[in-house]
Design a protein around this ligand. Structure first.
Ligand SMILES: O=C(O)C(=O)C[C@]1(C(=O)O)C=C[C@@H](O)C=C1
Length: 363
């Protein structure tokens, strides 16, 4: 064997020295965060420790500074965990999510808040809203739209009855796998469990590979994963978290029909979020029932050159044929051009409710 140019022991010694330095610096950073907490509570006994705008800035800065060899997303993920641990030192954060354990919503919650946050599964979207509203948890995470299947109406409807603010968004690439347990007879799969949205996202693959298998819709992918533990002829479609939670094997990976399949989740809380420098705003607008109403609503966005990223219509529930519009656009309510545009929209509509301005998803 040829001699490598650098000796392995030497390299490991160098890694040990670097690790000691990283350890010292992380501890120094953590002490700094503890002091930040003291400063925050000295200013205000009701201080809010989690600062989404600052977290977005920290992560964006790291990504911009990074020159490799680790890619910027990977680097940001490491810093995400460091910040999550620092925040837990200031105040442990409790987050409710649409459960059960092992769902993509839990994955989104951990991606956004990091592993040091305490995440609590809820049985339904309105329960997530209720827990946050009641102050039992600090924040909530709910799905709002999927790139293949469209909006989650239940989430939009919950905003109509709630005073909760949107304080962040997180986009998750959704990869579905066909999962089996160690006792499954893989050549005898006659039943597949999953959530209806997941079936819809894997329709072509299932038609091609398991046209005869019965498709059984259940309340979540995690529930599908749980059910097959005891059925030797069944498989489940679910993601990595569910596979890990129930100790299942992937017999086919990434079976979603569209490779860019992703879901957007919203973070809900009590506070308004200051500008981060790259923000989005979400609104609900009720229009008067008159000709040209939609055109009147959209015109100020166009004139102020505000980039609308989403427009959804939902029945308003106050009258048979009244509709409300859910609108997302780029910008923050504290920006003068956004404030001016909103003023015009208010005049033209029956009601405008700002659901929140928040940093655009970083990771
Ligand atoms: O800058 C702050 O306000 C902090 O509390 C520090 C810190 C961090 O670790 O960088 C921690 C938690 C906040 O959510 C934002 C940032």
């Amino acid at each position: 064997m040829s001699e490598s140019p650098v000796n392995l022991d030497e390299l490991r010694n160098r890694i040990d020295a670097i690790d000691s330095e990283i350890l010292r610096l992380i501890s120094e950073r953590a002490m700094c965060a503890q002091t930040v907490a003291q400063v925050k509570t000295a200013d205000d006994p009701q201080a809010v420790f989690y600062r989404p705008e600052r977290e977005a800035q920290v992560l964006r800065r790291i990504m911009a500074l990074n020159t490799g060899p680790l890619d910027s997303e990977e680097m940001a993920r490491l810093f995400r965990e460091i910040m999550s641990a620092c925040l837990a030192l200031e105040q442990p954060v409790k987050v409710a999510y649409l459960g059960p354990e092992g769902t993509f919503t839990q994955q989104a919650a951990l991606k956004h808040f990091g592993e040091s946050a305490k995440s609590l599964p809820m049985a339904a979207i309105d329960e997530v809203f209720r827990e946050v509203e009641a102050g039992a948890v600090n924040y909530g995470v709910v799905p709002v739209e999927n790139s293949t299947e469209g909006v989650v109406n239940h989430t939009l409807d919950s905003f109509m009855d709630s005073s909760m603010k949107i304080c962040g968004e997180v986009v998750l690439r959704i990869h579905h796998h066909l999962l089996v347990s160690s006792t499954t007879r893989q050549d005898k799969i006659s039943r597949i469990y999953s959530h209806p949205q997941s079936f819809a996202q894997c329709r072509k693959w299932l038609d091609a590979h398991y046209p005869q298998a019965e498709r059984v819709p259940v309340s979540s992918n995690a529930e599908a994963a749980r059910l097959i533990k005891t059925e030797w002829h069944s498989a489940a479609i679910a993601g990595d978290m569910a596979a890990k939670l129930y100790g299942l094997d992937r017999i086919a990976e990434k079976i979603e029909d569209r490779p860019d399949n992703s879901t957007r989740f919203l973070i809900i809380g009590h506070e308004d979020v200051p500008m981060s420098g790259d923000d989005k705003t979400s609104l609900v607008v009720a229009m008067r029932n008159q000709p040209g109403a939609l055109h009147d609503l959209l015109e100020p966005f166009h004139r102020h050159q505000i980039d609308m990223t989403r427009l959804e219509t939902r029945p308003s529930r106050t009258g048979a044929w009244n509709y409300v519009f859910f609108i997302d656009f780029k910008g923050h309510v504290d920006q003068p051009e956004v404030a001016a545009m909103l003023e015009e929209v208010r005049v033209r509509s029956a009601e405008v409710k700002v659901l929140g301005s928040y940093p655009q998803g970083v990771l």
